[in-house]
Design a protein around this ligand. Structure first.
Ligand SMILES: Nc1ncnc2c1ncn2[C@@H]1O[C@H](COP(=O)(O)OP(=O)(O)OP(=O)(O)O)[C@@H](O)[C@H]1O
Length: 256
């Protein structure tokens, strides 16, 4: 089941998807499509369901109601392992295994799929060039890397199998502003260069607009607005959108 830009106009679709944890609706009747080869930013307050949405698309969580389609086909439980190989998933702080070097982390899945040592090393070196990781960092353990380097390794791990889609959950959340800015530039460049379907979760509206023309704003498990930055700023779907946009501080603002 390929995440294949030519397979269907929509790489991922949610149809009336709800996901509950006890009495809490993490996703509440969400219907959205993510066109193949497009970039979308998901934003919203903490707990609004952004991570759950990504996890449902990957089959890591299963909807209580509704269904997910991948490349135009309803996602079945039996396809989830295969899907995980075809979609790069990068989470905040990277989720790297501490007892493996960076290269060891990159090698895990390819090794499991039968890739030889040379092929793994060659792919890792290609990605070193793409992500601007110092090559010597490949032989270091996560604790010996800076936060930005760990995040680059996590991104490389997501790209090792050259997936058709990348789902990124606050990939730059824990970085200092300079590294974050640098990685925003690099990620944007990588997205544009690779032409993959990208869905990126962030809290930061400026970062969302940097990564994607399309911004989906969520609140309490629902989509409040789906549009571009100007739609959110100039044509807010409801007062929450304006509150969310205005809550982002700008330089020069000082406490009252
Ligand atoms: N495994 C779980 N068990 C119980 N509740 C959960 C679970 N996962 C998520 N939730 C709840 O579902 C809601 C949505 O969580 P989710 O992580 O999707 O939000 P989010 O928008 O990604 O938040 P954040 O921006 O803080 O990461 C939250 O109220 C959260 O506490």
């Amino acid at each position: 089941m390929p995440i294949n830009p030519n397979a269907s106009p929509e790489a991922f679709e949610l149809h009336d998807v709800s996901k509950r944890y006890g009495s809490l609706a993490a996703l509440d009747q969400v219907s959205l499509g993510f066109p193949a080869g497009s970039a979308t930013a998901l934003i919203g307050s903490s707990g609004s369901g952004k991570s759950t949405l990504l996890r449902v698309l990957l089959g890591l969580e299963w909807p209580d109601q509704g269904h997910v389609k991948v490349d135009g086909h309803v996602l079945e439980r039996t396809q989830v392992l295969e899907l995980r190989r075809r979609v790069g998933y990068v989470i905040q702080d990277g989720g790297l295994f501490p007892h493996l070097t960076a290269l060891g982390n990159l090698a895990l899945l390819p090794h499991h799929l039968g890739w030889g040592r040379d092929r793994i090393r060659a792919r890792a070196e290609e990605l070193v060039a793409l992500t601007h990781l110092p090559p010597s960092a490949l032989d270091r353990y996560p604790a010996e890397l800076s936060g930005g380097q760990r995040q680059r390794v996590a991104l490389m791990r997501g790209l090792m199998l050259d997936p058709g889609a990348l789902l990124l959950d606050e990939p730059l959340g824990a970085l200092d502003p300079i590294v974050r800015h640098e990685l925003q530039d690099e990620l944007k460049h990588i997205f544009d260069q690779l032409g993959k379907t990208v869905i990126v979760v962030t809290h930061d509206i400026a970062e969302a607009a940097w990564f994607a023309d399309r911004i989906v704003l969520m609140r309490q498990g629902r989509v409040v607005q789906d549009g571009c930055l100007d739609d959110l700023r100039l044509r807010p779907a409801d007062p929450f959108v304006t509150r969310f946009v205005e809550a982002q501080r700008t330089l020069g603002e000082s406490p009252a």
